[in-house]
Design a protein around this ligand. Structure first.
Ligand code: UD1
Length: 357
């Protein structure tokens, strides 16, 4: 069986890590990087730290408007798929790279499997929501991370293509956390375990409007502990253009962290403040209270279990929400048992292994 994975953005490299490992000996695995993320800290460090084989192809597409970026990927991927002719294209999550790969494959009749299928924010302003809905409806096999995702797919008439495999980010997080447990935490200078917050802000809805970004930054600056603000290039760029100083009050600005360092920083934090999908879930898995600056989340289990609180319209509550006490402990495992990648490869074999084998 020949599987071709398409990735392009930071969270996809994390998801690829356990899949690439589970593919070893089970399938021929070709890795294609669209080049959506290209900075050393946004791309290369993930391949290196997570032991992912170097991509077989890198399209080097880079940044751009949605249409131009997605279209350039689509054209490049069509060539790659025609040359490679895999049994299946595996796409990850909800970025422009995901949608481009799904479209490129269905148009030339290559089967598509979507990992992290069925997540919904029901917020049509988010590019990720279009990407994931369109990808789910184009795909032949829907690999769902949670029961809630399975239910969304059933509501959209896609139950017969759906398999519940669990969440591959749980697989990676468990592996990295266990490696770190043995090691001394190497926190950034001056921060002590439990004595700071970790924050990431990168979504256009939070960064593009100067007034909103200014209010978020002021709330973080007013927190009662230092805030390690891991600045995505979009945040750094827009803050500068809006004339907003990120380094103010409690805030300490840092470049984005490599994955093991991110897990280490999050697990030792008093709380996480973010608009990232992945980090909300990582905070839950590490049992660190999270505050999410968005009106809704795809990872509703984190909210239902009390570990994640959404703040969006009324930013005046942000500081107090971040400083709230930790919720009651839970041993719930809505994101699976850390073996989602193995289940994914088994599901791909069931669906796409050539009949002669
Ligand atoms: C993308 C995904 C988002 C995901 C996020 C993770 C889409 C629509 N969005 O958002 O779902 O949560 O990745 O980070 O696909 N830039 C750099 N260096 C890089 C990459 C980006 O400087 O290596 C800058 C560029 O100015 C670029 C901007 O960041 O225009 C945004 O990058 P882009 O890949 O378009 O979207 P993200 O915000 O990263």
């Amino acid at each position: 069986m020949k599987i071709l994975s398409v990735v392009g953005a930071r969270p996809q490299f994390v998801k690829l890590a356990p899949i690439a490992k589970a593919m070893e000996g089970a399938a021929e695995h070709v890795i294609v990087h669209t080049g959506q993320h290209y900075d050393e800290l946004m791309s290369d460090v993930f391949f290196r730290d997570l032991g992912i084989p170097a991509p077989d192809v890198n399209l080097g597409v880079g940044s751009g408007k949605h249409g131009a970026q997605t279209g350039t990927m689509l054209a490049g991927l069509e060539e790659v798929l025609e040359a490679q002719r895999p049994d299946c294209v595996l796409v990850y999550g909800d970025t422009n790279s995901t949608l481009a790969a799904a479209l490129a494959a269905v148009k030339i009749h290559v089967p598509v499997a979507h990992l992290e299928a069925g997540l919904r924010s029901f917020n049509r302003r988010m590019p990720e929501e279009h990407n994931r809905v369109l990808t789910d409806h184009a795909a032949d096999l829907l690999l769902a991370p949670t029961q809630v995702a399975v239910d969304h797919l059933a509501t959209e008439g896609l139950a017969d293509r759906t398999v519940l495999v669990g969440d591959v980010m749980t697989d990676v997080l468990h592996a990295v956390r266990d490696r770190l447990t043995a090691a001394e935490p190497a926190l950034p200078e001056g921060l002590t375990a439990g004595g700071y917050y970790v924050s990431t802000i990168h979504r256009p809805d939070n960064t593009d409007d100067p007034e909103r970004l200014g209010a978020i930054v002021s709330s973080l600056a007013a927190l009662d502990r230092p805030v390690l603000l891991l600045a995505h290039p979009r945040l750094a760029d827009l803050a500068q253009r809006h004339g907003i100083a990120l380094e103010q009050g409690a805030i300490r600005v840092s470049a984005p962290l490599a994955y093991p360092q991110l897990v280490d920083a999050a697990r030792n934090a008093a709380g996480v403040v973010t608009d990232s999908g992945g980090l909300q879930k990582e905070a839950f898995l590490l049992r660190v209270p999270c505050t999410t600056i968005r009106p809704e989340t795809e990872w509703v289990e984190t909210v239902d279990l009390g570990w994640n609180v959404l703040v969006s319209e009324d930013l005046s509550t942000l500081t107090a929400t971040v400083q709230r006490p930790a919720p009651a402990p839970t041993d719930a495992t809505p994101y699976g048992d850390g073996h989602a990648a193995e289940r994914t490869v088994a599901a791909l074999e069931d669906a796409f292994a050539p009949v002669s084998r």
